[in-house]
Design a protein around this ligand. Structure first.
Ligand SMILES: NC(=O)c1ccc[n+]([C@@H]2O[C@H](COP(=O)([O-])OP(=O)(O)OC[C@H]3O[C@@H](n4cnc5c(N)ncnc54)[C@H](O)[C@@H]3O)[C@@H](O)[C@H]2O)c1
Length: 371
């Protein structure tokens, strides 16, 4: 009995639960070290049982499939495993079709859980399959990248890419449960981890001044993935995203647009470099550097505030300057072509204070003129 109580205390210290409040579509996000090994009992407690499917990528599957499968089987589940090749280039219609085939062959039914284990590519693709197959299956997301844990797995956006652009085909489909195991972040390539840190810094900059101050104090411990530091940091980011999503679930009121801080220039850079040279987080880091320059030039932000953000990004080893060789004209054109610009006007997210943003309507040329 005493041992049980002790184990429980340890678990509570290294885990947090955040609820995404969306009425009947509400769900918990468990952020904890080692939670993958509890997948079975946690799915059972969420009301699932019997046949289920585990969708993962080859790389993530090799690392983390076994503890998930062992836990599912021990809890009485009969999981079918479906692996897709690694990488963004497989988040497309062809692989979605393969996924549909395999899920149907595996005997998945309306109430079977579709469990997605991997980064944003896997959770987006599997989430979209769950949104559409048999008119909607319940999904459970096990995100294994920092970006996945604080962003892609939260909020119900699912989808695939089209040759004409990223994420052009998709649906809102909230998961039933998210289990974010921070221990999985230890095997992430450093560049992927730091790209996720850029999104952590973005979250703090736009909505959580307390978290920003924490990052200034312990950034190296966050990057070092010390459990007692990374768990509350991931949970704080999840809490922020959950709040934004709860206010604007399907991006109709514009509240979710605040998440685009750093994305106007970031997306343009990704498009101009063919989505190959920069990780998304790196592009957003440069985009945030650009956004605070614009904010200061427009008189919306003090230079000192901008300096705090740029200094933190640099300390994380992230880029903040626009790569040389890109012309202002090309950048302005790429911003105008972005799917989020309307009639050439861009709803640009300015930083006013750490934790506070404002929208300003600008053209691509106006933005570039302030960089
Ligand atoms: N749905 C949303 O709201 C949302 C939000 C942001 C991004 N996204 C999408 O997410 C995708 C990017 O996600 P990502 O950055 O997680 O990339 P990703 O899924 O491609 O993963 C990055 C790489 O890390 C590997 N990996 C994943 N977890 C690992 C682990 N624990 N250890 C070792 N290697 C691991 C993957 O195999 C891959 O090679 C994009 O397609 C983007 O559109 C969606």
């Amino acid at each position: 009995m005493a041992r049980r109580a002790e184990a429980r205390v340890i678990r509570e210290q290294s885990g947090e639960e955040v609820r995404v409040e969306l009425g009947p579509r509400s769900y918990p996000v468990v952020v904890a070290a080692g939670v993958l090994a509890e997948s079975g009992p946690r799915l059972a407690a969420a009301g699932f049982g019997g046949r289920c499917a585990l969708v993962t990528s080859e790389r993530v599957g090799a690392l983390y499939r076994e503890p998930v499968l062992a836990s599912l089987r021990a809890a009485g589940f009969a999981p079918a495993v479906i692996e897709i090749p690694d990488g963004e280039e497989h988040k497309n219609l062809a692989w979605l079709a393969v996924l549909y085939d395999r899920l149907l062959e595996a005997g998945i039914e309306r109430h079977s859980a579709l469990v997605a284990l991997g980064g944003g590519v896997v959770t987006d693709l599997a989430g979209f399959a769950a949104a559409t197959l048999l008119r909607g299956l319940p999904s459970v997301l096990l995100p294994t990248t920092l970006l996945g844990q604080i962003d892609a797995a939260i909020g119900g956006k699912t989808g695939i890419n089209h040759v004409l652009g990223k994420n052009l085909i998709g649906a809102f489909h909230q998961p039933r449960l998210v289990l974010a195991d921070v221990d999985t972040l230890r095997t992430l390539p450093r560049r992927e981890l730091l790209a996720g840190v850029a999104e952590v810094i973005k979250t703090a900059a736009i909505g959580d001044a307390g978290l920003f101050a924490e990052l200034e104090e312990r950034l190296e411990r966050v990057i070092g993935l010390e459990r007692e530091v990374i768990v509350p940091v991931v949970a704080a980011c999840v809490r922020y995203k959950a709040r934004v999503v709860a206010e604007d679930e399907q991006e109709v009121h514009g509240g979710r647009a605040v998440l685009n801080f750093g994305h106007t220039v970031g997306h343009a850079l990704e498009a101009l470099t063919g989505y190959k040279e920069l990780r998304h987080g790196e592009a957003v880091a440069i985009g945030m550097g650009a956004a605070v320059r614009v904010s200061v030039a427009l008189g919306r932000c003090r230079a000192e505030t901008a300096g705090r953000l740029v200094a933190l990004l640099k300390r994380a080893g992230l880029p903040t300057d626009i790569p040389s060789g890109l012309t202002p004209a090309a950048l302005a054109l790429a911003m105008r072509s972005d799917k989020k610009s309307a009639r050439g006007r861009i709803r640009f997210v300015c930083l006013e204070e750490i934790g506070r943003t404002a929208f300003v309507e600008l053209s691509g040329e106006e933005i570039v003129s302030h960089l």
